[in-house]
Design a protein around this ligand. Structure first.
Ligand SMILES: [Zn+2]
Length: 371
């Protein structure tokens, strides 16, 4: 198979398997190709080392990267189109390694259907709390979690809900690094080294454009966090994400960013902590008893759905993922840190609830407990 067909086949296969990333790593003997599916890496092919240079050169050309540069990190993007799959935005990152350049392709399907909070895995009471908060015209909404916990998808879903509810009567703007998916009806401003616009500069510029609702990809530096709080204080609804483990660690994280805690009580409306867990395979998952095992950390015994693996789940026993949410709302805005945010994390309890419902397994829930 020639390189062009190989790449087309690889990306199409990755898309069909719902992979988020393709990793191409040169090793001593051969080039190893793996895909990340539902957060877990799977080996999918090996290629002889003779074909490595051509493969990397082909990917670089598609992403408009320098093919004569082999000793520097480079990143770019291209849109992949092929029959039988929707267009996919591909972010390519190449890095020099000991055995030669590697490549990581991140896939962003452009025809992703909009999710609802319920389809993300949020339970009814939580959906109601979030919807009530989004009806406010000002304040700060934060989605928190570590990398790969589904924060961005949730943020997009929140923004889409606000857009639908506002019925074109509000100006919605976002600053993102990168813009992961085009959203209709929203001014999306790309930040980052490619564009020369930092989050802080972008946010300042947005505030001069008379926005109502502002989505900030992430509160990752002091100035951006302060501007976001300021905007939330002055009549804007601000939606963003924060890299924190859970609800109790969010306030210390904001303190570390240099936020005046005094202002949080009147601006921060809700903290939505999130994790992703894998869901059991429909084809091989069967009810099984759990509990009463020395290694089992669960307080209860019960029935869970779990699978041993079959052809349709790549022998993993899992297919797809769902979100586990812990949500705290600040119902009585006042000065100081809202007491609602000073409580233990309920993520594990929420995950356990999903085990009982049959939408994940003890094994997956345990990963949250020990995260
Ligand atoms: Zn299966």
């Amino acid at each position: 198979m020639d390189t062009v067909s190989f790449v087309t086949d690889l990306i199409s296969r990755a898309h069909r398997s719902r992979a988020s990333d393709i990793h191409i790593d040169p090793q001593a003997q051969a080039v190893e190709i793996r895909m990340r599916i539902d957060g877990v890496l799977h080996r999918c092919a090996t290629l002889s080392n003779e074909r490595h240079a051509e493969l990397i050169a082909h990917l670089k050309i598609r992403a408009s990267l320098r093919t004569d540069e082999h000793f520097a990190a480079q990143d770019g993007r291209f849109t992949f189109t092929a029959s039988a799959v929707p267009p996919i935005d591909i972010r390519l990152s190449c890095m020099p390694t000991y055995y030669g350049e590697n490549a990581v392709l991140r896939l962003f399907p452009l025809e992703t259907e909009y999710q609802t909070l319920a389809s993300l895995g949020m339970r009814r009471e939580h959906v109601r709390s979030v919807t009530e908060v989004l009806a406010n015209s000002s304040g700060l909404v934060l989605v928190v979690g570590p990398t790969g916990s589904g924060k961005t998808t949730t943020l997009y879903t929140l923004m889409e809900l606000v857009r639908t509810a506002s019925n074109s009567r509000t100006i919605l703007t976002s600053i993102e690094d990168p813009v992961e998916r085009p959203l209709s009806g929203i001014r999306q401003i790309p930040a980052g080294s490619h564009t020369g616009i930092s989050f802080e500069q972008g946010l300042r510029a947005i505030l001069r454009q008379d926005p109502d609702v502002i989505m900030v990809g992430e509160l990752r530096d002091t100035e951006t966090a302060r501007l976001a709080i300021q905007a939330a204080l002055t009549g804007h609804l601000v939606l963003s994400t924060l890299h924190a483990l859970d609800i109790p660690t969010s306030i210390p994280r904001l303190t570390a960013l240099g936020i005046d805690l005094h202002l949080l009580g009147s601006t921060l409306r809700i903290l939505i902590a999130e994790r992703l867990v894998r869901t059991p395979c429909d084809s091989c998952g069967i009810p099984r008893a759990f509990g009463n095992h020395p290694e089992n950390q669960f307080p209860l015994a019960g029935i869970q759905i779990s699978g041993d693996g079959c052809a349709s789940c790549n022998m993993t026993g899992y297919q797809g993922r769902t979100g586990v949410f812990d949500i705290a709302t600040n119902d009585h805005p006042s000065d100081g840190v809202p007491t609602a945010f000073e409580r233990p994390s309920l993520l594990f309890r929420e995950a356990f609830r999903k085990v009982v419902e049959g939408s994940t397994t003890c094994e997956e829930a345990r990963r949250i407990e020990y995260a």
